[in-house]
Structure formats: structure tokens, C-alpha cells
Design a protein around this ligand. Structure first.
Ligand code: FNR
Length: 342
């Protein structure tokens, strides 16, 4: 299909479903078990409405997209979430994400289970490009130290430690087609262990996969520099809450958390309005997984197109919410009682 015909992020799901081999598409698309969390990630945004403001000067909103993530400058408050196995989307695999992110000036976080190695991915960075590195860790300290040292030597600017997958989730769609890539192991990593990890590297270690106010508080107590509210795209625990629900709970029960650590969120973000609802609560930037994996069917141009489309939607939607600047968004723009239109 023609890239110009892709007018929004869901179009890339359609394109990938039609043009990638079924196994490859299914590996990306799959959610855990009955896929309730996968669907809720997408549908939850429709249950919360804005409280828009009219008669504001919104003419300069596009200039307000740039933001910082852990002190690094980016052109927009969204990034490419770590997703395994880029080769399923395109022969150049993760090369298209690192180069696409450079062209669009957004953050890319390669997966520890990428098709290319840590060294190969970071070697493709543009001059001055900031790229983090996601890792899965075991309690094998020698292995961990080696992954930390390799990430640092390759030039990663921060590490992202994913904690929502102690064992590989039940994914029926992929299992039926025999494309379950990883098999599960239990890990024994606890908050005490986090301190040990942080002593093994001078890179900040972000914790990805927080799903409760309880754990967000523990992350703050344990001085985690940033957390990602995420249920792994609904691929791990079916029944896990969406990032929006967790962000609302944090806002209601412990809003100070948004100032005590940088809070990121991902899962089901497909429209500018989805991102705005998370940003309204205090989320600093949102991650997108599948839209980028699907866009790779078009190669680097597809990745760049998703970035361009999403920036445009953020500006258009922000203007219609009544924001003079994206930085003006706050919880007052969101109706926090869920509606039951559906
Ligand atoms: C993921 N995700 C993920 N997360 C992670 O920390 N390490 C990983 O290797 C992977 N691998 C992975 C593969 C695929 C195919 C998907 C779809 C997801 C989760 C990912 O980082 C992110 O949390 C979700 O993708 C966000 O949801 P959406 O945007 O895909 O709905």
C-alpha cells in the first residue's frame, strides 16, 4: 500500500495484517490469554472525556511539543517503546527505528531482545542522538554486569529494566502459530536487588511495568529516577490495568509521585487524544509499541510517517482541547469519572 494512504496510526495495523506474513503479524499483535487487557488498553481512552476550554489562543501549540526526558531534549513527548524482534517487520529490523527516531528527533528504546545486537543498534545513532537501552535481567550478576557494560560502551544514555515479565505470558494466538519466541523463567529480582543493580552502573535505571499506586510508591522510596506505567501491551497478565487507570489512581491517591520521579506510560496509545489524557495527569511522555512495529513494514519511511502523523495529531487535538501550549495541560482538562456510553 501507499504510505500516503496511511492517515492515522491504526492504518499501520491494517497494513501489517495485510502485508506481513501471518506469523510475524501475530507475534506483534498478540495479547495474553483472552486479551481483555489488550482491548482495555485501546478502549479505556474512550471512557474518559476531556473538559475542553474554548476561546483560547491556540495558534502556537506546535511550538510547544518539544520536551525533556531525564534531562535530554526531544521534539515531542512520545517515544518508541522497546519491542522484541524487529526482523519480523523488515529485513533492516531495528536499524529503521534508530534512524527514524533520529530523523524525527524522538527517543528510541531498543529491546534487550532485539534482532540486532546492542552494539549494532547504537552504532547506527546519528551524531548526538540519545538512545536508551531496555534489558531483561536475571540474578546472574556476571551476565547483568556484562549487559550493563556493553550498553554503556555502546553509548546508551539510560537503562530500562522491565519488571512486568517475571515469566513469559500466556499468548495463545502466537502459540497456535508456533511463534512464541521466548520461553519463561522465574526471576528473583526484588526492590533490594534494584539497589545492587544501581551500584553496578552509573547509568540511570528506569523501571518499566509499574501497574499499581503501591508499586509506584515503592519505586519512589527506592529512588528510581523514572518509571513506566505499563502492562506490556497486554501481553503478560490478562487483567492487568491500563496505564491510564493506574495514572488516574496515582493522581487520586498519591499525586506527589508525578513530581518525585519522571512518570512515563504506554499501552494502546493510538491517537493524539490518548496521549493528551495521560499527559493531563502528569505523565511526562508516552510510549508506542505496536504502531512502530507495524510501520516498519514500510521501512524507515513508515517509522518517520508515524512520528509525523502523531506530532500533527498532538497539535491538532491539543488545540481543540483549548491548550495554548501542550505544557498547559493538567488534570482539570480531564473528566475523571468514567462514562459508560458503550
Ligand atoms: C513488547 N514489549 C516489550 N517490552 C519490553 O520491555 N521488552 C520487550 O522486549 C518487549 N517486547 C515486545 C514485543 C512486542 C511485539 C510488543 C507489541 C510489545 C512491550 C512494549 O514495550 C510496550 O509496553 C507495549 O508495546 C505498549 O503497548 P502498545 O503501544 O503496543 O499497545
Amino acid at each position: 500500500p501507499d504510505l500516503k494512504a496511511m492517515v492515522g496510526l491504526p492504518d499501520f495495523d491494517w497494513a501489517a495484517r495485510n502485508y506481513l506474513p501471518l506469523q510475524n503479524y501475530t507475534y506483534y499483535r498478540n495479547g495474553a490469554a483472552g486479551e481483555s487487557s489488550y482491548r482495555n488498553n485501546l478502549e479505556v481512552f474512550g471512557r474518559y472525556t476531556f473538559i475542553p476550554e474554548v476561546m483560547n489562543d491556540v495558534t502556537k501549540i506546535e511550538e510547544s511539543l518539544p520536551t525533556t526526558i531525564l534531562g535530554h531534549n526531544f521534539s515531542a513527548p512520545f517515544y518508541i517503546s522497546p519491542c522484541a524482534y524487529g526482523l519480523y517487520g523488515h529485513p533492516n529490523a531495528e536499524a529503521n527505528f534508530v534512524k527514524g527516531a533520529a530523523a524525527g528527533k524522538i527517543l528510541y528504546i531498543p529491546s534487550g531482545y532485539a534482532s540486532l545486537s546492542i552494539e549494532e543498534i547504537h552504532a547506527l545513532k546519528a551524531e548526538g542522538q540519545v538512545v536508551f537501552q531496555q534489558l531483561y535481567l536475571t540474578t546472574n550478576d556476571t551476565e547483568t554486569q556484562s549487559l550493563f557494560d556493553r550498553s554503556k560502551a555502546a553509548g546508551a544514555d539510560a537503562l530500562v529494566f522491565t519488571v512486568d515479565a517475571p515469566i513469559f505470558g500466556s499468548r495463545h494466538r502466537a502459540a497456535r502459530l508456533d511463534v512464541s519466541l521466548a520461553s519463561g523463567t522465574y526471576r528473583h529480582i526484588t526492590w533490594d536487588y534494584y539497589h545492587k543493580l544501581q551500584n553496578m552502573t552509573d547509568l540511570p535505571i528506569i523501571v518499566k511495568g509499574i501497574m499499581s499506586v503501591r508499586d509506584a510508591k515503592k519505586a519512589v522510596e527506592n529512588k528510581v529516577p523514572a518509571i513506566v506505567l505499563s502492562n506490556h501491551g497486554g501481553r503478560q497478565l490478562d487483567g492487568a490495568p491500563s496505564a491510564l487507570e493506574v495514572a488516574i489512581a496515582i493522581y487520586k491517591e498519591a499525586p506527589e509521585i508525578f513530581n518525585q520521579t519522571e512518570v512515563f506510560a504506554d499501552g494502546g496509545v493510538r491517537y493524539g487524544t490518548d496521549a493528551l489524557k495521560l499527559l493531563a495527569l502528569g505523565v511526562k511522555a508516552v510510549g508506542l509499541g505496536r504502531p512502530f512495529m507495524y510501520s516498519n513494514a514500510f521501512g524507515q519511511e513508515g517509522v518517520e510517517r508515524v512520528i509525523e502523523l502523531f506530532k500533527k495529531e498532538l497539535a491538532v487535538d491539543g488545540a481543540n482541547v483549548g491548550l495554548g501550549s501542550l505544557k498547559d495541560i493538567n488534570p482539570g482538562f480531564l473528566n475523571l469519572s468514567p462514562n459508560n456510553w458503550h
